[in-house]
Design a protein around this ligand. Structure first.
Ligand code: 9MR
Length: 383
């Protein structure tokens, strides 16, 4: 009898211990994170603004440390910020960003070296106020790439070397880079980047690459680099402001993007993902930062919170997209969200300034949204 009692107490104590250790106060930290759930598929990244790494937004930093295996500089490495005037480099914010990634053993992405926006006008002008010649602009480009990449050599793992060089029709955008240097400005940028850090991965990055016409433009860029034996590792389809509608973009177009580049032997990445749940301000497909519409009530319907129905649609749409990514995981090296949580998403400012937007996996209170859980669940289902 005594033995039976002893046995009962023993079993009870064992069960109690087991319950405390797996469901105790630390349950949250025991839950797998996005980066763990997708570790056999691809890197999972987020774009970080300076507040995430400078201590002003510790809750966001905590999310990033726990959930993401890759980080992209949302703004601090853009020419205008890191190199505002000739010879004057502002490295402090980029240094903080890189330190944060190193401390957390993350894959660090530099964004971006050659772009037509956030690029100061002095780059293209001589002392007389006229456009400089090709050789001068190439020298400035090389100096910038060598200085910035050189500083983070061996620390930043991959660079968006050229960003958004294509127009929506798939032809090269008539930027100052193109009109002053000529079509080979892209290969020159990649050559300089490879020279500056031979171990860094090098990327071409653009929005709307899911559109077949624009995708073909990027295919031409990659083929041209390859024909000249210039290094390119991957192409980034931004996935900016994709929509809830399963046709925007469609599975077929996303698959076409993936297949087009894997056929060329380069990896695909989705580099700036965010899903726009708000009414279309105008036909603003893409991510041209010049697009701008007036704030009107009907364009900003969810100031007091996202209705449950839309929340569920968003969760479903994220799951649908991650299902496609997982099916293609051998061809995809990284999926990065453009921001950490809804409160600081750029879709609160674009294409209408001042809206309340809900494009990411964490809400304004830093809590995981239903979309976070469907993305986690997608990682566990068989592709
Ligand atoms: O999210 C970025 C926002 O904070 C900046 O004001 C804006 C202009 O520099 O750029 C946003 O990021 C862009 C990225 O650098 C390139 N692809 C489109 C992104 C959204 O405009």
């Amino acid at each position: 009898m005594k033995l039976k009692k002893f046995f009962q107490v023993f079993v009870f104590a064992f069960l109690l211990l087991a319950a405390v250790s797996c469901c105790g106060s630390d349950t949250a930290s025991l839950q797998p994170a996005l980066k763990d759930a997708y570790k056999n598929d691809f890197l999972i990244g987020a774009a970080l603004n300076d507040n995430v790494v400078n201590g002003n937004d510790p809750n966001a930093a905590e999310i990033v440390e726990k959930q993401f295996s890759a980080i992209t500089a949302e703004n601090v490495m853009k020419w205008q910020i890191i190199h505002p005037s000739p010879g004057d480099y502002n490295f402090a914010p980029a240094d903080r960003f890189v330190e944060f990634g190193l401390k957390n053993k993350m894959f660090i992405v530099g964004h971006t070296l050659v772009w037509h926006h956030q690029t100061p006008l002095w780059i293209f002008k001589g002392e007389d106020g006229n456009d400089v010649d090709r050789e001068t602009l190439l020298a400035r480009m090389k100096d910038h790439i060598f200085t910035v990449m050189g500083r983070y050599k061996g620390k930043v793992n991959g660079w968006d070397v050229v960003n958004e060089a294509l127009s929506d029709d798939g032809r090269l955008r008539r930027s100052k880079w193109l009109t002053i240097i000529g079509e080979d400005f892209i290969e020159k940028a990649f050559e300089f980047a490879h020279e500056a850090d031979p171990d860094a991965e090098l990327y071409y990055n653009d929005y709307s690459l899911e559109n077949p016409g624009k995708c073909q433009g990027a295919v031409r860029i990659v083929k041209n680099l390859q024909a000249k034996s210039v290094r390119i590792d991957a192409v980034g389809c931004q996935g900016q402001a994709w929509r809830l509608d399963p046709g925007s973009p469609s599975r077929k177009d996303i698959q076409n993007f993936i297949d087009s580049f894997s056929a060329l032997g380069v990896k695909c990445m989705f580099t700036e993902m965010c899903i726009d749940v708000l009414p279309e301000a105008f036909n603003n497909a893409g991510a041209d930062i010049r697009a701008n519409a007036q704030l009107r009530d009907e364009l900003n319907p969810y100031v007091d919170g996202l209705p449950n129905k839309v929340q569920q649609q968003l969760a479903h749409r994220y799951a649908e997209l991650f299902t496609i990514f997982r099916e293609n995981s051998k061809k995809i090296s990284r999926v990065t969200l453009w921001g950490v949580y809804d409160g600081t998403s750029w879709l609160n400012y674009w294409p209408v300034r001042g809206r309340t937007s809900y494009p990411l996996l964490f809400d304004r209170k830093y809590q995981p949204k239903p979309a976070f859980f469907t993305v986690m669940k997608t990682a566990q289902t068989k592709p």
